[in-house]
Design a protein around this ligand. Structure first.
Ligand code: ZN
Length: 349
């Protein structure tokens, strides 16, 4: 199947009542791990690359690896998404390269650090939406500001400083026409999300429920949603790592989100932990090894295992064969003739 639009994946997920994992990649082994997990669980999947990933891998390598994935797994609906575009130009360059969906994170100024005003966010996001929809590409916006910093992107903090306001979310969705909406509910990027198992004082799932009540048809996105499992932390530390104790977003909270409009769940840290633990284990147990395949193979297998588990937990498993790809050209027609709605359904408070 050719690369499809994230909008199609999320529309289907809404019909089926499940969430779709959006997994970050920087290299071939990570793409292979995700695609093997998708094949084994028969899952549609979103693969996403940040600006940092594009700089690390170079655009052309990334794009052609994604094309290879689409060729090798024709049965898997797969979209290629830009994570946290910081400006119109970044989104435009991703679309020109061949990404089938972009995130315009207008919650921050183009420096990727300073919170932007609501009006600035609306303006740049709307500009990206107009450009993208004309080309059949879907757009994720963000309202509220996430915590933490990852790949040099982020406002820092705990994630509680700029929580999403449901009224603003409604106005933002109406004025921009985004296909999906990332919300700030106390989650943060990176491994250090929470200092203890999160409760309602730091992880505001009730906000997801409130936003979903006002925007019942809008696809919501949870960022910073690795679960940072203890067993993966332990492997790293057992083999010489020095991770401080940390907690992620419990899977049952993500599942609560999925029952309340969350359709895209971003996961990066869990993959990083799985890879690093597996590599450390080889280095400690078999220090005589020096062929990169000796540690990259187990690293890839460890990532595949955690991704397959998330696919099952998010509910996307089993749904790869539910639908046929809509071409990007037909998506563009759909936006133009209104069959792909960009006007959110809004419920009264
Ligand atoms: Zn994010």
């Amino acid at each position: 199947m050719p690369l499809v639009s994230t909008r199609q994946l999320l529309d289907e997920a809404a019909k089926g009542g499940y969430g779709v994992g959006a997994f970050n990649v920087n290299n071939m082994e990570q793409i292979q791990a995700i695609m093997e997990a998708a094949k084994d669980t028969n899952s549609p999947v979103i693969i996403q690359a940040s600006r940092g990933a594009r700089a690390y891998a170079q655009d052309n390598y990334l794009y052609h690896l994604m094309l290879a994935a689409a060729e090798l797994y024709p049965q898997i609906p797969l979209s290629m998404h830009l994570d946290h575009g910081n400006s119109f130009e970044t989104c435009k360059s991703a679309i020109e390269l061949g990404f089938t969906s972009v995130m315009m994170d207008g919650s921050l100024k183009p420096d990727g650090k300073t919170p932007a005003t609501f009006e600035e966010n609306v303006e740049v996001t709307k500009k990206v939406v107009d450009f993208s929809h004309e080309r059949g590409i879907s757009v994720e916006g963000e309202i509220g500001v996430l915590g933490g910093v990852e790949d040099g992107h982020g406002a820092g903090g705990t994630g509680l400083e700029h929580l999403t306001d449901p009224d603003q979310a409604v106005e933002f969705a109406e004025r921009t026409g985004v296909d999906s909406l990332a919300v700030a509910i106390g989650t943060s990027h990176g491994a250090y999300k929470f200092t203890k198992k999160p409760d309602g004082s730091v992880l505001k799932m009730e906000l997801v429920i409130a936003i979903h009540k006002r925007l019942p048809k809008t696809h919501l996105v949870m960022h910073g949603s690795s679960s940072v499992p203890k067993d993966l932390q332990d492997i790293i530390n057992q083999y010489g790592g020095k991770l401080k104790p940390t907690w992620g977003v419990p899977v049952e909270e993500i599942q609560l989100g999925i029952r309340n409009g969350v359709r895209k769940v971003n996961v990066d840290t869990d993959s990083r932990l799985a890879i690093t633990g597996a590599i450390r284990k080889v280095f400690v147990e078999q220090p005589e090894k020096f062929d990169p395949r000796d540690y990259l193979k187990p690293a890839r297998a460890a990532m595949q295992k955690v991704i397959a588990l998330r696919m099952t937990q998010f509910g996307q498993a089993g749904h790869a064969g539910d639908y046929k790809a809509i071409s990007i050209a037909d998506m563009a027609k759909g936006y133009a003739n209104g069959t792909l709605s960009t006007k959110p359904e809004v419920s009264a408070k």
